[in-house]
Write a protein that binds this ligand. Structure first.
Ligand SMILES: NC(=O)c1ccc[n+]([C@@H]2O[C@H](COP(=O)([O-])OP(=O)(O)OC[C@H]3O[C@@H](n4cnc5c(N)ncnc54)[C@H](OP(=O)(O)O)[C@@H]3O)[C@@H](O)[C@H]2O)c1
Length: 247
């Protein structure tokens, strides 16, 4: 069986991807800070398929990526795919950002995917592998208050293309999905009125709605599977047309 690490797997898109992959023949490693949420997703998976590995780790800790890869190898013996999905977001005017908030975005949204990739690559070199970075339309389009988050997603897309080139000779593929709005708990971190926020978000999307996490999970499954063996270095907009920015 192939093994995949999914960060941010206790909620939203990461949980949907873990459920799908965990019940489609993959060993799944679930990473996040809140153990109870990870355990709940793991329980759902193990009621239908194999037992996932739950790792409660804070990705802001630079030691976490190495521990995650080591625990994966000692439990499942191999590593075939990495989904860098966890992220943090604070929406505010540039004058309001503290150094702590800036450092947290760097640590979780950029440094952790970088260090996880660094720790994973030597083990993926044996059999090739797939890395999927979860980006955002905010890495391309411009919205007030999203300078920091958008900057980290633009950097993640650069990292995707850069590593796709660097790792192609090792048959390791690196791709990204640039998501538009999806119905997940992330919006509770910045929206005081969720209903109004969802309406505002849907208005920015040419297809005029917000996606479901399971719609995104299917693309993650495709990108880690051999069905996408010919694709590397791609940053695919999966956003109902949001990045067309026609509003
Ligand atoms: N939903 C959208 O509209 C949307 C749009 C564009 C892009 N995205 C991207 O989609 C990805 C998944 O987000 P989501 O929408 O599914 O939101 P979510 O449900 O809030 O998921 C974010 C996950 O990241 C984990 N996380 C955050 N900080 C962490 C840390 N320091 N260490 C370990 N884990 C951490 C959280 O778990 P813990 O809090 O338990 O650690 C949580 O499970 C993110 O990369 C996000 O930028 C989402």
């Amino acid at each position: 069986m192939k093994t995949v690490i999914i960060t941010g797997a206790g909620t939203g898109i990461g949980a949907a991807a873990a459920r799908l992959l965990g019940t489609s023949g993959w060993n799944v490693v679930l990473v996040g800070r809140r153990r109870d949420l990870l355990e709940a997703v793991a329980k759902e998976i193990s009621s239908k398929a194999g037992k996932p590995l739950v790792l409660a780790e804070d990705l802001a800790d630079p030691g976490a990526p190495k521990r995650i890869v080591e625990a994966t190898l000692s439990t499942f013996g191999s590593l075939d795919a990495l989904v860098n999905n966890a992220a943090t977001i604070k929406v505010m005017p540039i004058e309001d950002y503290s150094l702590d908030v800036i450092d947290l975005h760097w640590a979780v949204n950029i440094r952790a995917p970088f260090l996880l990739t660094q720790a994973a690559v030597p083990h993926m070199r044996k059999s090739g592998g797939a890395i999927v970075n979860i980006s955002s339309s905010s890495g391309t389009i411009l919205r007030p208050g999203q300078s920091l988050y958008g900057m980290t997603k633009a950097a993640l897309e650069y990292l995707t293309r850069s590593l796709a080139g660097e790792l192609a000779s090792a048959k390791i593929r690196v791709n990204a999905l640039a998501l538009g709005p999806v119905d997940t708990p992330i919006h509770q971190t910045w929206a005081s009125d969720l209903e109004a926020a969802y309406k505002w978000l849907a208005e920015q999307v040419p297809l005029q709605r917000i996606a479901r996490p399971d719609e995104i999970a299917r693309w993650i499954e495709l990108m880690v599977s051999s069905d996408s063996a010919w694709m590397t270095g791609a940053c695919i907009p999966l956003d109902g047309g949001q990045a067309l920015d026609i509003t």
